[in-house]
Design a protein around this ligand. Sequence first.
Ligand SMILES: [Zn+2]
Ligand SMILES: [Zn+2]
Length: 291
Amino acid sequence: MSNIPTPQATIRLPADSHVHTEWSWDTAVGSMEHSCLRALEVGLPSISFTEHSDFTPWSINERVYARLGEQYRAMVSAEGLLLPPGLDVEGYVAAVEHCRERFPDLVITCGVEIGEPHWHPEKVDALLRAYPFDRVIASSHSVKRHGGYHMVGDLFTEMPPDDVVREYLADVHKMIEADTRFEILGHIDYPVRDWPADTAGPYYPARFRDEYMNVLGALAASGRVLEVNTTVPLHPQIVAWWCDAGGQALSFGSDAHAPERVGAGFTQAAAMAESHGFRGGDDPAGLWTRR
Ligand SMILES: [Zn+2]
Ligand SMILES: [Zn+2]
């Protein structure tokens, strides 16, 4: 028996359930069609477009303004607020339909990423009534401070880095507890993208164990789904805590804002999720669940 080679187990990749294209206000180089081609090229069974729908008016001070690209400066009002343009739901849905016709071998779903939905309940209700999205990701990119809304990355130079992460996670907990319809919590590790490692040292999730468990416990109790976002990528410790909290399902998202990023890091992410007992089912667009 020992001479018979063991077939190499091939990792089955999950759907990329978090992708932005030219229909998102912050995606200048996006292309829905090229994102579909890329998904087929890297062997993904399915792609879900999740264009941004943001209603939070971000406070932009002079220092932040100086760093903004030209296309974003045009969105800043005289009062110093960045007002993201609304999602063109009709145009977006038509583009998804077009891609479904053009790429019949790829399962394409139509979703939305809503920023801080708990701060804008009426606008979120209207958006979700406008179209029955297949996927609804709720995510936060912001922290409330001094009566204004600030992008998380802008706060690391203004307050202790640990406090930024703690305030972020405390508000994500409020977002989960609020009466908002969403299925997936997007990028729980969003602040890590801008963590100032040069001054604060490496980022260790264990420093924020209680805050993460608070969020994960509420998310699991609500029957919702944790996203393995591959941008940072998500630390395996968070998935271990998700299991401890009773979490049952995972979604995977590259958070691609350019076609070449679709499915990025998915082989490693899938292996990590498998090592925690998560497996995909028969539905190519489906979530991974604990088996
Ligand atoms: Zn996001
Ligand atoms: Zn996103």
